[in-house]
Design a binder for this molecule. Structure first.
Ligand code: PLP
Length: 447
């Protein structure tokens, strides 16, 4: 059995280098690619590159492959469906896997207070799931304006992009943005945007929304929806206090504003609950899901209270949206999540969290460890008092992890995220921590 990780060539190896050169010549330059990993195959939380190096995957294809790579039950569902038919467009025709998935979503999404009175729209990605949510909110409320949070990421198509405010590179050069969008501070208590103290914070950042945005900029009765990530993903794996979501829910309900929970990154078991909303007792009007729902096949879902989704035929649709193979994969994925993987994310997540926290005693560069389940962010700082961001150090830590055989991604300006497949074992969590310890030591010069 190969040990994990197992790095036998300097990285990138010859086959990886050759493929990367071809990629650089012909593929869009807009992809981020922080390090030269070239996938050959994967199993569970382990991936092999084209040169035979073996890595532990703590990135899961950006928080996607919750069931791990090539889970046999998922493959079986995909092959079984592919042998029957690949496509029939849910826009014009009916098929069982899509209806079954809509029924399953009605049972599990935190919408409608658990009544199950939920309808779902199917697309191919997170950004499309949010586009559908925005259009639905405008259509259902007959209101125009939208509110999103600073640091949020909701996608890169032009509607969702107007909401996204994670990094300016995502917006730069693409303006003007869709009108009618206002941004307000998110409850990042490690760096409170309105100067409150974390110990006494009662989600004062929502005062800014209520007393500034909704007074000076936009009338609440003209706001269709507020869109919020229950835990901010690309922004740095930021976990707000429960009061933030409680107050936001109360405020939106009071003004007849729809609350859209973007669970694209935090959903489908990643946080040790099926949806991150459950940690906050949050019942949304609309929930959007993608990434982890189909174990890696493209699928976006927008689920809302049934009475909101009454737009007429033709109002919104997508040729490939809710593809039967993706839906079959999603059904197998949800079954695996329900029968063990959500629980594993909770248990192994708690273990990993504890071990990462313990590293704070050794590494002053760790400013904060935060997260739920297997959605864990570690913020790196140059000084714990000033909280100066260790941005270049963060990038180097990610590189050091790669050269030692662990795939990790950054999040926000100076955090790294641990978002492994939800099949991660305790032993694999130990490997991740050991390698992280070494990578931090290499970057900070400590041995
Ligand atoms: C919270 C959130 N919403 C939406 C998206 C966009 O998803 P996609 O890349 O599938 O369009 C992402 C992607 O990272 C995300 O994290």
């Amino acid at each position: 059995m190969t040990t994990v990780p197992h790095i036998k060539t300097p990285l990138p190896g010859p086959k990886a280098a050759e493929l990367i050169a071809r990629d650089r010549a012909r593929v869009s330059t807009s992809y981020t690619r922080d390090y030269p990993f070239v996938m050959a195959k994967g199993e569970g939380a382990v991936v092999h590159d084209v040169d035979g190096n073996v890595f532990l995957d703590c990135a899961a294809g950006i928080a996607v492959t919750g069931t791990g790579h090539a889970h046999p039950e998922v493959i079986k569902a995909i092959v079984g469906q592919a042998q029957k038919y690949l496509h029939m467009s849910g826009t014009d025709f009916y098929y069982e896997p899509q209806v079954q998935l809509a029924e399953e979503m009605a049972r599990i999404v935190p919408v409608g207070g658990g009544s199950g009175d939920v309808r779902s729209f199917f697309s191919n990605s997170g950004t499309e799931a949010n586009e559908a949510a925005l259009k639905l909110a405008r259509y259902a409320t007959k209101r125009f304006n939208l509110i999103a949070f600073l640091g949020s990421f909701h996608g890169r198509t032009l509607g969702s992009l107007a909401l996204t405010s994670s990094k300016f590179v995502q917006r730069r050069g693409f303006g003007p943005m869709m009108p009618g969008v206002f941004h307000t501070p998110y409850a990042n208590c490690y760096r409170c945007p309105v100067g409150a103290r974390p110990e006494s914070c009662a989600a004062e950042c929502l005062d800014y929304l209520e007393d500034q945005v909704l007074i000076h900029l936009v009338s609440p009765d003209e706001v269709a929806a507020v869109i919020v990530e229950p835990i901010q993903g690309e922004g740095g794996y930021v976990v707000p206090p429960v009061e933030f979501h409680t107050r936001l829910r109360e405020l939106t309900a009071r003004h007849g504003i729809l609350l859209i929970a973007d669970e694209v990154q935090s959903g489908m078991g990643r946080t040790g609950r099926m949806f991150a909303c459950e940690h906050f007792g949050l019942d949304a009007d609309v929930v959007t899901v993608a990434k982890g729902i189909a174990s890696g096949l493209p699928l976006g879902v927008t689920s809302s209270r049934a009475e909101l989704m009454t737009w007429p035929p033709g109002a919104h649709a997508s040729t490939f949206g809710g593809n039967p193979v993706s839906c079959a994969s999603a059904l197998a994925t949800i079954e695996l999540l329900k029968t063990g993987l959500v629980r594993n994310a909770e248990v192994v997540g708690e273990y990993l969290f504890g071990r990462l926290r313990a590293l704070m005693d050794k590494h002053a560069i760790i400013g904060e460890v935060r997260g739920k389940g297997l959605m864990i962010g570690v913020e790196l700082v140059r000084d714990r008092t000033t909280k100066e961001r260790a941005t270049t150090e963060r990038d180097r830590v990610v590189q050091e992890m790669f050269t030692r055989g662990v795939l990790l991604l950054g999040a926000g300006r100076n955090a790294v995220r641990f978002a492994p497949p939800l099949v991660l074992t305790r032993d694999q969590a130990d490997i991740a921590v050991t390698v992280f310890d070494q990578a931090l030591a290499a970057v900070t010069g400590r041995t």
